[in-house]
Design a binder for this molecule. Structure first.
Ligand SMILES: Cc1cc2nc3c(=O)[nH]c(=O)nc-3n(C[C@H](O)[C@H](O)[C@H](O)COP(=O)(O)O)c2cc1C
Length: 176
């Protein structure tokens, strides 16, 4: 499958089977995370692989009770160290959120290629997630995602049509 094919089939999955993820498949996903680019190659991140059912359930509760998160056999929690990230992106910004977003997107695309579902979760209580998982002082939780086989496999195969803006609405040539 080409990268564009994978981009076309990936979509947010909100119903999961509890089937385990084979080790060799999981290993490839962790490589996709690990090899992602980051500003100045700082790699200011730590990814928590949450497998314990009670911890998954607690993370789901801490994510505004989005309980489908706990259905998946694994939850990946992306944590970043703002102080270790590039500090002056564009002259003003800290790169940690972007660094984490790129790595998690790598994971999500690799997961889609393997027939696995993910769903970017941004609605969570950061302090609650930090407490559940013992996240260190100085680290922030940027995003998390359930990871598992979709309960409705057709979902992951359906190509996005009509749910995105037209190209002319989002791309400009030469000037804004
Ligand atoms: C920054 C961000 C935060 C999101 N937070 C949530 C969330 O908390 N819960 C959820 O179910 N989906 C969440 N989503 C998923 C979006 O709703 C979804 O990506 C969007 O509707 C497009 O659908 P698709 O992923 O199926 O293409 C989030 C996505 C992004 C990029």
């Amino acid at each position: 499958m080409s990268v564009l094919d994978v981009i076309r089939i990936r979509r947010s999955v909100r119903k999961y089977r509890s089937d385990p993820i084979p080790d060799d498949v999981f290993d490839r996903l962790l490589e996709a995370l690990r090899l992602a680019p980051s500003a100045c190659n700082n790699q200011p991140w730590r990814f928590i692989v949450v497998r314990d059912p009670a911890a998954r359930e607690a993370v789901a509760h801490a994510s505004r009770d989005q309980m489908f998160i706990a259905q998946a056999p694994v939850v990946i929690v992306g944590c970043g160290f703002p102080a270790k990230a590039y500090q002056r992106m564009g002259g003003y910004g800290n790169s940690v959120d972007i660094d984490l977003a790129i790595a998690l997107d790598h994971l999500m695309l690799a997961a889609a290629e393997a027939g696995l579902g993910t769903c970017w979760i941004g609605a969570f209580d950061e302090q609650a997630v930090k407490q559940v998982l013992g996240v260190a002082e100085g680290a922030k939780v940027v995003a998390l995602t359930p990871l598992g086989y979709p309960a409705e496999p057709d979902l992951i195969r359906s190509v996005e049509t009509g749910r995105r803006k037209n190209r002319a609405d989002v791309v400009a040539f030469d000037r804004f």
